[in-house]
Design a protein around this ligand. Structure first.
Ligand code: ZN
Length: 141
């Protein structure tokens, strides 16, 4: 895995806030983010429903994912995060849980000083993203 030339202080976990079981890929997120007027997908890594880890924005480029902290962050997103009604829910599949853990362990090796946090752990975030307590779940990896 490629190490960013940027100083990485935060590994930030997100969800796409798409309904449980709905299959989307990095190219879909890329399309959504371009619609917002961004150059490309805002996240650096995407964890698909089947556990496949896709590359998003190049890690040397500043991601667009957590306001005020992007310059020193890497953004990881899993597909899902809400139920059919749009209520926040930890919808991670078994494969996604395994891949997220592996990805974060690999990133932790590259950036030993970085904190692993959920999007909601940052100040002034009024979202449930990533719909589970990433800070606690990954505190010992
Ligand atoms: Zn988020």
């Amino acid at each position: 895995m490629k190490k960013s030339k940027r100083t990485i202080k935060y590994l930030v976990v997100h969800c796409t806030a798409t309904p449980e079981g709905k299959d989307f890929k990095a190219k879909d997120i890329d399309r959504w983010h371009k619609t917002r007027g961004w150059r490309e997908i805002g996240y650096n890594y995407v964890v698909d429903l089947n556990g496949t880890i896709e590359f998003g924005r190049d890690v040397d480029k500043i991601p667009a994912q957590v306001k005020g902290f992007n310059a020193n962050a890497i953004g990881v997103v899993y597909i899902g995060g809400v139920d059919a009604k749009g209520t926040p829910k930890d919808t991670r599949t078994t494969a996604q849980k395994a891949s997220l853990l592996k990805l974060l362990k690999d990133l932790r090796k590259l950036y030993p000083m970085a904190k692993i946090l959920g999007h909601r752990d940052f100040p002034n975030v009024r979202k449930a993203c990533p719909s589970f307590d990433a800070k606690t779940e990954y505190k010992n990896i």
